[in-house]
Design a protein around this ligand. Sequence first.
Ligand code: GLC
Length: 389
Amino acid sequence: MALLGSVACRPKQPAGAAPSTNGPGSARVAAPLTISFSGAPEAVGAPIGALRRGINLGNGFDAPSEGAWGVVLSETHFEMAKAAGLDHVRLPVRFSTRAQKDAPYTIDPAFFERVDWAVQQALSRGLSIIIDLHHYEELMKQPDSHMDRTVGMWKQIAERYATQPDTVLFELLNEPNGELNPAKNNALIARLIPVIRASNPTRTLIVDSYFWAAPSYLKALELPNDPNIAVSFHMYQPILFTHQGASWMDPEFQTTGIIFPGPGSRVELTAKAKQTSWVRDWMANYFTAPATKNPASPATVAAEFDMVTKYVAATGRRAYLGEFGAIDFADAMSRENYLRLVRREAERRGFAWAVWDDGGRMQAMNVKQKAWVEPVAKALFQDQPSAAP
Ligand code: GLC
């Protein structure tokens, strides 16, 4: 399926030093991962409203126009989410291609009606819904030129949904990145919150950390002392596993055949991967390091979660895992292993979660066939890989 086109890439942090490379290992495939957490569950996260388990309805309203990325939202999306026992949906919305360029940045009324429809679809089924301002790419590139417009759009969104129940939540901005650095992101947040609060004094607001909602940047957020503001982080580490071969990623992410957990068999790196030192180092480590020290391991995932746990313990803020996923270039067992691990890490630490579903290579619900993608369903709804689907 043709995907995403101009989506900003999300280059991720380099791994540590690579060990010396040994000869090719024997062919390894992913085995079912038995999850055993040591120590206390560290459940420090207080609940955010009724959110516990949810799904992103991605690549629909966040595409430049609906359908451009192959997803048209339908009642089935909401029906399937509800029937699976989920309690919320996250609705990524690209308002920036549906609003006037100049003040007052009027949002297209027909598009707003489409968002109203989605809100009603969720609420009528008892699902909470997060309206998430997604893919404002120009803001990431030229923040100073686009801040007024972001504020102007949020004023309209906030006023439009001001009378909705508190099961409608607002997420100010998906994955700040690029030039919208922590200082500028904080400046934007400081402008947005009073404007939203003017019409929605107590609605729950969700704020993403810089660098594509990285746990490591949570501590850079400056937020007012408002109990109804929660933070969000995304979990795609190890990114060379979760985004292998993704069409919207740079060439160094295109090596496929990476399993979870490692170590995996040697695979031929793409030319760009060979030239990119952090990728080369990560791969060398992945091919050779034992399970406990491998960069594709539960320890890597736990280290990301530990940053969130620390942040929550230090600040008392509630944290939300707004996205996680693994592309289907990875084998089904590996995806199941990874998604189950992330889901269970979130649950044991008290963080509500929403799996990423783009209707394409990161699909979770196949709405055409009205069936969940099997490894995703197993990971989300069953606890151990040996259990029957
Ligand atoms: C982010 C991006 C989305 C992408 C997903 C997985 O949400 O905005 O476009 O598909 O992450 O990379």
